[in-house]
Design a protein around this ligand. Structure first.
Ligand code: APR
Length: 284
C-alpha cells in the first residue's frame, strides 16, 4: 500500500517525530553528517556533567543561543501534521523534539518526551543523578539569555541560587513517567503510525511505535536513511519529510499545505517577564 492509501484509510493516525522533521526549518539533527553530536560531545550533555561542571553549563548556554539565533519556523511537514489533526484524522504527535515547531504549526496534542527548550527551570543546588530537585522556579528561556547577555555565564535561580537548566531531558535524566504513559495511551488508540525523521536509536522513546505495531497497526517510516525499525514497518519512505508529508496530506485532504508566514513565535529572545509564580517543577 502507498502512504496516500494508508492515510486515506486512517481516522486515528499518530505521528512519532524526531529531529529530522525540523532540519528543513534549519535546525540540525543529531546524528546526520554535520549534526549536533558531530560538533558537540554528547558526553558533555549528561545530567550529571551539567550539574557538576560550570564550564559545561556555560557551553550549553552558548549552544542554546546558537539554536535560537536562526529563529526556526515550522516547515511543510509540521504544517501537514497540523492539517491532519485539524481535520480530525490525527490523534496527536509524540515527539522527541524540544523546538516547539509542532505547536507553532498549530498542532494541539503534542507530547514532548524530551522536554521543551522554550523554558528554563531550577534543578536545585546538587540534585541526585537524573532527578531535578529544584525549588519550583521556572521562566521563559529569554530570562536566562538576558542574564547570559549581561555577563552571567551560568545563571542561577533567583529564589534559591540553585542551578538553572532548560526544561529538556538530558542523557542520564529520567523522562517524566506521565509523558510516557500519555504517549503509550495514544499509540494504543492509533490505527496508523507515521514515524518521521528519527534514527529510532534512543530509548525508551524509540520503542513506543512498537506498542502499535504489536497490535497489528501499520507503521510508516519516513526517514532520510534506514532505521532499525524498517523491518517491522509496513512501508518505508526514503525522502524529505516536508515534501513527502505535504504531498500525501494534500492528496488525501485536497488543497495545499501552506508555507508558514515567518513570525517570532515563542522566541525566547523576546523580552517577557519571568513567570511570577513558582510553578511546580515539571519533575524528572
Ligand atoms: N526528512 C526525513 N528524514 C530526515 C530529514 C528530512 N528532511 N533530515 C534528517 N532526517 C533523518 C536523518 O537521516 C536521521 O536518521 O532524521 C534522522 C534524525 O535522527 P537523529 O539525528 O538521531 O535524531 P533523533 O532520532 O530525533 O534523536 C533522538 O537523541 O540525542 C538524542 O535527545 C536527542 O531527541 C534526540 C534523540
Amino acid at each position: 500500500m502507498t502512504l496516500n492509501e494508508l492515510l486515506a484509510g486512517s481516522s486515528a493516525t499518530v505521528a512519532f517525530t524526531g529531529a529530522g522533521i525540523s532540519t528543513e526549518s534549519g535546525i540540525p539533527d543529531f546524528r546526520s553528517p554535520g549534526g549536533v553530536w558531530t560538533r558537540y560531545d554528547p558526553r558533555d550533555f549528561t545530567f550529571a556533567r551539567y550539574v557538576e561542571s560550570e564550564e559545561v553549563r556555560t557551553r550549553a548556554w552558548a549552544m542554546r543561543r546558537e539554536f535560537w539565533a536562526s529563529d526556526p519556523q515550522p516547515n511543510p511537514a509540521h504544517l501537514a501534521l497540523a492539517r491532519l489533526e485539524a481535520r480530525g484524522r490525527l490523534l496527536g504527535v509524540v515527539t522527541q523534539n524540544i523546538d516547539g515547531l509542532h505547536q507553532a504549526a498549530g498542532s494541539r496534542t503534542v507530547i514532548e518526551l524530551h522536554g521543551r527548550s522554550r523554558e528554563v527551570m531550577c534543578i536545585g543546588a546538587s540534585p541526585r543523578t537524573g532527578t531535578p530537585d529544584g525549588c519550583g522556579f521556572s521562566a521563559p528561556t529569554s530570562w536566562a539569555f538576558e542574564r547570559v547577555d549581561a555577563g552571567e555565564a551560568d545563571p542561577r535561580c533567583p529564589t534559591c541560587a540553585g542551578i538553572v537548566k532548560s526544561a529538556t531531558v538530558s542523557f542520564g535524566q529520567n523522562l517524566h513517567p506521565g509523558l510516557l504513559d500519555r504517549a503509550a495511551d495514544l499509540l494504543g488508540q492509533a490505527d496508523l503510525v507515521l514515524a518521521i525523521g528519527s534514527s529510532m536509536q534512543v530509548y525508551p522513546a524509540a520503542g513506543l511505535p512498537m506498542i502499535a505495531v504489536e497490535r497489528g497497526v501499520p507503521l510508516v517510516i519516513c526517514n532520510a536513511e534506514p532505521t532499525p525499525l524498517d523491518d517491522v514497518a509496513t512501508l518505508t519512505v526514503d525522502g524529505k519529510a516536508g515534501e513527502v508529508l505535504s504531498a500525501a496530506v494534500d492528496a488525501v485532504l485536497g488543497g495545499a499545505t501552506a508555507t508558514p508566514r515567518p513570525r517570532s513565535w515563542g522566541d525566547p529572545r523576546r523580552r517577557r517577564r519571568p513567570s511570577p509564580h513558582r510553578r511546580a517543577s515539571p519533575g524528572p
